[in-house]
Design a protein around this ligand. Structure first.
Ligand code: ADP
Ligand code: ZN
Length: 723
């Protein structure tokens, strides 16, 4: 027999299929070692056939076969073709998506443990060997004992003597590493409310492929997802459940484990390599049937998918930032089509794209307008910060927020303070000459971190000493601009010395369960105020939270991005949704410097439809997505001259496209990227706005054709940020 093999070569343009001779029982999808250019490399078997195209004497035999069960499910090959032709990437790059890096190159292996069990109770044991007798009795009563534990208890010599006379025998068994075993919950299934039952029936009965659940915060979407998953599992099918951030996975996992026990497996970047390896195999072998995780879990090795759920579907983390730059929705749709299964999107603030699809009738739209038990949505109070400053209030908090905090704490409830920034402050500015401290590698402002008293670059992680004087003019009036979580915590402590405050942002969260620990502490009411950034914005359900303060609501309005209005609306709605989820009515104080802004107006009235209709009108009139496509071709290299040269070639080729398709282009230009350098690599871009995706394939081909060993060229579609 002959195997067609794709060889796993990193950074290679080799996109060929090689043939090797192989054993008769080799299955497609297996990982193997193959001789290649004088060494042995990893490869994936994509086909096995009795004939081959090469002369038989030229065909070399494959080496080791890694797994008994082929690692790749058959669906991978169909998706591999679609992904590699859609994004013009080598087939092997597409295949790699299906195997976490821990799975490749034999880096991580299964672990096995030795066990003992009784073989022959009548084997001859000396009467005086009391330890041996005790050990044998113990093994008999336990049935099976782990070997090292047994040796610890009774001594290795006694145990080995028992093995030698044949009283007990040893055997090995595979051990599964269980990530976060203490993430559990006792929650049982709830009886769906009338609204939830309607939603479930609508999704069950609709013949549409894609379903969008638009449900206000606290409307019980999770219960709907779990119910839909349970139905598919009962039908013998499997499920993928995606959540936007690792911080949300533990809570979901706890609920999934309560409901589905060992049938749920998690896949996310926070797992150790061994845990990921084992969880992945549990899914592949069919032991686990539900994959829960962030973006990359869309590639979970499940067969016979019955449902794919994308929770918080509007979230920007669903777009991949490394090649191939897929959107999770696109891959999910490919998998849903292949498996003929449902794709369910859910959000309190659907993306404009998704809602447009639903309002055009392409998707089945399910709307939940009320919270569970008709709980009211929290009232949103606006604090005009311009007036506060005029009144001489220079603190982070408006008078209204201080008063609300005071009464929340007095009544024994909890508060969440949300702000949109990281670190103690944004930038370091010299007030004498206007100098701003920047990273030498990246051309972005540095951020001051007070705990380490240093400046850090958030793009490359470089650290710099804090300045005592301005390097440009020697002035000593150095100021930290903006507010950060640490400053907010410090101010809160001086205002409410008795309050217990915890902080959650990228600097305080570490380890795979870091999020969970902080959220658990807060959930168990061991803190009164939670201060945090984006991480605390969504998904969490804390019954005792009755106040949410949003410190810089309008900050995201000022980004130079066509989605800034949408992002701001989403953020305010999500953060506000954390308040008043249980018995007491919730409040939100929203601090802003532009209270008359129409996005804020829609947000405080929970008017999604008003926001959507307005936004769609604006996007259509100004030719922005989803009525157009923003496409950026990035050119990055350590060599500035090479990058410029390449940029010119790329631009020339795209201008050629414009000459033949003038109607497709709304805008085309080439320039330095806003961030000119990251990690020592210069960045140039060709930015274009296109009427449709008609030319995408050709643009991807141009990028692939101009990539060289010293210069990377890649395409971004509607990039989440244009830095
Ligand atoms: P969403 O995801 O829509 O914001 P959740 O799924 O977090 O809302 O549900 C909000 C709250 O309502 C949770 O505390 C949940 O336990 C509760 N809940 C959901 N469905 C039911 C139900 N059928 N009966 C009772 N409580 C429910
Ligand atoms: Zn840097």
């Amino acid at each position: 027999m002959y195997a067609s093999v794709i060889v796993d070569i990193a950074h290679s343009q080799v996109d060929k299929i090689f043939e090797y001779s192989c054993p008769d029982n080799l299955q497609p999808g297996s990982r193997v070692k193959v001789p290649f250019g004088g060494r042995y490399l990893d490869g994936f078997v994509i086909d096995v056939s009795p004939s081959c195209t090469l002369a038989p004497e030229k065909v070399k035999p494959i080496g080791e076969v890694f797994d008994e069960l082929p690692a790749l499910v058959p669906e991978c090959f169909s998706l591999m073709e679609r992904i590699s032709s859609r994004f013009k990437v080598p087939k092997v790059s597409a295949l790699r998506l299906f195997l976490p890096s821990e799975m490749r190159h034999g880096k991580v292996r299964e672990i096995f443990k030795k066990y003992a069990k009784v073989k022959d109770m009548s084997a001859p044991i000396s009467k005086r060997a009391s330890k041996q007798h005790a050990a044998l009795e113990y093994v008999l009563s336990e049935g099976e004992c782990e070997y090292t534990a047994l040796c610890k208890e009774f001594g290795a010599s006694a145990v080995n003597a028992l093995v030698k006379v044949g009283a007990i025998e040893l055997f090995t068994r595979r051990i599964m590493r269980n990530p976060s075993p203490d993430i559990l919950s006792e929650e049982s299934a709830k009886t769906p409310t009338y609204m939830q039952a309607n939603a479930i029936e609508s999704i069950e009965n609709s013949s549409k492929r894609v379903h969008l659940i638009h449900g206000v915060t606290g409307s019980g979407k999770t219960e709907i997802y779990l119910n839909l998953i349970a139905r598919e599992i009962a039908r013998g099918r499997t499920a993928i459940f995606l959540v936007p951030e690792i911080s949300l996975t533990p809570q979901m996992l706890a609920q999934l484990r309560a409901r589905f026990k060992g049938e749920a497996a998690i896949l996310h970047s926070g797992l150790s390599a061994g845990e990921k390896f084992d969880e992945w195999w549990r899914l592949r072998s069919g032991e686990a049937k539900i994959a829960v995780g962030a973006r990359s879990a869309i590639f979970a090795p499940l067969e016979n998918l019955g449902i794919i759920i994308i929770d918080e579907e509007h979230d920007s983390s669903y777009v991949s930032e490394t090649a191939p730059r897929y959107s999770t929705f696109d891959i999910a749709l490919m998998r849903a089509e292949y498996n003929k299964c449902k794709l369910v999107l859910g959000s309190a603030t659907p993306s404009v794209e998704s809602y447009l699809g639903a309002s055009r009738g392409e998707y089945n739209l399910v709307t939940l307008t009320e919270r569970i038990n008709k709980k009211p949505l929290p009232e949103i109070i606006i604090s005009d910060m311009r007036k506060e400053v005029k009144r001489g209030n220079n603190s982070c908090f408006s008078t209204a927020l201080k008063e609300e905090l005071d009464s929340t704490l007095k009544s024994g409830n909890q508060a969440i303070i949300f702000l949109n920034r990281r670190g103690y402050s944004q930038k370091i500015i010299c007030r004498d000459c206007g100098y701003v401290a920047k990273c030498e590698n990246c051309d972005v402002s540095l951020t001051y971190h007070s705990e380490e008293n240093c400046l850090k670059c958030h793009y490359c992680g470089a650290k710099y000493r804090m300045l005592s004087a301005c390097p440009e003019c020697g002035g000593v009036h150095i100021r930290y601009g903006g507010t950060g979580t640490q400053r907010v915590v410090a101010d809160l402590k001086s205002l409410f010395p008795a309050a217990r405050i915890i902080r959650m942002d990228n600097d305080t969260v570490s380890g795979k369960d870091g999020h969970y620990k902080i959220l658990k502490t807060f959930g168990e009411k061991e803190a009164d105020i939670l201060v945090g950034t984006q991480m605390i914005a969504k998904g969490h359900d804390f019954p005792a939270v009755t106040l949410v303060g949003i410190l810089d609501a309008d900050m995201s309005l000022h980004f130079a991005d066509y989605r800034s209005g949408e992002r701001t609306f989403q953020l305010i709605t999500q953060v506000s949704g954390r308040s008043g989820r249980a018995d007491s009515k919730g409040k939100v104080v929203l601090q802003t410097y532009c209270p008359e802004n129409y996005i804020l107006r829609y947000a405080i009235n929970y008017d999604y439809n008003g926001f959507f209709e307005n936004e769609v009108r604006v996007r259509e009139a100004t030719h922005f997505p989803p009525f157009a496509l923003i496409c950026r071709v990035m050119v990055t290299s350590e060599n500035d001259a090479l990058a410029l040269e390449t940029l010119k070639k790329v631009y020339f080729a795209i201008e050629g496209l414009r000459a033949t398709h003038p109607d497709e282009f709304i805008f085309l230009n080439k320039m330095h990227s806003p961030v000119k350098k990251i990690q020592g690599k210069v960045r140039y871009q060709t930015l274009m706005r296109l009427k449709s995706g008609a030319l995408l394939e050709q643009i991807y081909s141009i990028a692939a054709a101009n990539t060289s060993s010293g210069c990377l060229v890649y395409v971004e579609e509607n990039p989440a940020n244009l830095s």
